[in-house]
Write a protein that binds this ligand. Structure first.
Ligand code: S3P
Length: 456
């Protein structure tokens, strides 16, 4: 096997940590709009970069993770220009037309950029090195290395399949039929994206459905992709390779994973009545809102419509008394990024909330089970950690104490930072988050929107 010298992992962000205290200064009211969906934004840039001609995207999330994808696609030959807020133009190179990047691709904190790009590049005859921050450099890449190696790509790097990693793609790659061993939209998408420049049919079998933005968007760009349900209920996705993608105009809906923080805040802070406009409600993403409604949350969908092939509505959320529940593990993939903020809601509910089947949370930007157990315990919630979830005994609406001198640790994880900010709003003395920098990876306008909604 050829060996490449791997660069040391970079440690982002390089500026010092920015701690901040969060406390409610009033109810959340009025109307807000959260930025574009992160998953859809990544995919818009990648597929546009592979189409022949010019695509336009509006509502693109301009968070650090998506900017890492844009920089990587540029480094491989796509022309990508920002026209105005959220408005981008991409001139694609055609499937198979990506060029060898001259330097390592810096993926920052973004697992989605890393895994999807590994897939995209696996079927191009080029060599690329992927590096990332301390959080990303701990995350498992074996789950994409395994199927992409079967297609013919070759990987060298850190032992245990973590970044930094160097990949040598191959053209033509070998089409495979791959049954997902973990419920992961990133692994599914990596294999499908590798299939784009592979002759023949690449098949992914998905026993548990995960977010389907890749399938929707690949079809939208003109790829031949079919989805069938087999006798066992699994989704069988077939993509015909050597596809020709046609440029598109894409409108990115608001990110339900970002809206989630404001939904929980409005439910928890007395007197709140907040409308969050333009929230993507793809059923493979909207599980949190169903769970919160089951707990008694007043979340109304207004003006349901379709935006860019995705269901969207405005959400009106009012302060509500919540009751703890047992969360069905089957719903986990449709709210996989929302568990940290659900744990906060559960900490204020009446009675016990039990979550199980969440092993995947241990390999996100941080170990989200351990991080939320530690953070919520520090601010006065009653939480028990299990191997695959948390059990939370709620306060029945009583604010958490907060006010501890110690700051909660976010472990370079944007969703821990924002979830604990919401816990601060539901606390008597406020919660200090040790580092708010990671929020910029997915939700750069978070603090400004929050201050606006509370009238400060
Ligand atoms: C994503 C898939 C999920 C999710 C991540 C975004 C995507 O990861 O946690 O934030 O855009 O495909 P997994 O595929 O690891 O579950």
């Amino acid at each position: 096997m050829p060996s490449f010298e791997s660069p040391a992992p970079v440690s982002h962000p390089s500026s010092p940590a920015i701690p901040r205290q969060f406390i409610a200064t009033g109810p959340l009211t009025g109307r807000i709009r959260v930025p574009g969906d992160k998953s859809i934004s990544h995919r818009s840039l990648m597929l546009s970069a592979l189409a022949v001609g010019e695509s336009r995207v509006t509502g693109l999330l301009e968070g650090e993770d998506v900017l890492a994808t844009a920089a990587a696609m540029r480094a491989m030959g796509a022309q990508i220009e920002r026209q105005a807020d959220g408005e981008w133009r991409i001139h694609g190179v055609g499937v198979g037309g990506l060029m060898q990047p001259r330097t390592a691709l810096d993926m920052g904190n973004s697992g989605t950029s890393t895994r999807l790009l590994m897939g995209l590049l696996a079927s191009h005859a080029l060599t690329a090195t992927f590096i990332g921050d301390a959080s990303l450099s701990r995350r498992p890449m074996g789950r994409v290395i395994e199927p992409l190696s079967r297609m013919g790509a070759d990987f060298t790097g850190a032992p245990g399949g973590t970044l930094p990693l160097t990949m040598r793609g191959i053209a033509p790659a070998v089409p495979i039929e791959y049954r997902l061993p973990v419920a992961s939209a990133q692994v599914k998408s990596a294999v499908l994206l590798a299939g784009l420049n592979t002759p023949g049919v690449t098949t992914v079998i998905e026993p548990v459905p995960t977010r389907d933005h890749s399938e929707r968007m690949l079809r939208g760009f003109g790829a031949e992709l079919t989805v069938e349900i087999d006798e066992a209920g699994a989704r069988v996705i077939r993509l015909t390779g050597e596809a020709e993608l046609r440029p598109q105009t894409i409108v990115v809906p608001g990110d339900p994973s970002s809206a989630a923080f404001f939904v929980v805040a409005a439910l928890l802070v007395p007197g709140s009545d907040l409308v969050i406009e333009n929230v993507g409600l793809n059923p493979t993403r909207a599980g949190l809102f169903d769970v919160l409604r089951q707990m008694g949350g007043a979340i109304e969908e207004v003006n349901r419509r379709d935006v860019g092939g995705e269901p969207v509505a405005d959400l009106r959320v009012r302060h509500s008394a919540l009751t703890g529940i047992e969360v069905d593990p089957a719903i986990a993939p449709s709210m996989i990024d929302e568990f940290p903020v659900l744990f906060v809601a559960a900490a204020l509910a009446k009675g016990r909330t039990v979550t199980r089947g969440l092993d995947e949370l241990r390999v996100k930007e941080s170990d989200r089970i351990a991080a939320m157990h530690a953070a919520l315990t520090l601010v006065g919630a009653r939480v028990t950690e299990a191997e695959d979830g948390l059990i939370i005994d709620g306060s029945d609406g009583e604010p958490l104490s907060g006010g501890n001198n110690a700051a909660v640790s976010t472990h370079l994880d944007h969703r821990i930072a924002m979830s604990m900010a919401m816990a601060g709003l539901a606390s008597r003395h406020g919660v200090t988050v040790d580092d708010t920098r990671p929020i910029a990876t997915s939700f750069p306008t978070f603090e400004a929107l929050l201050a606006g909604a509370m009238g400060t």
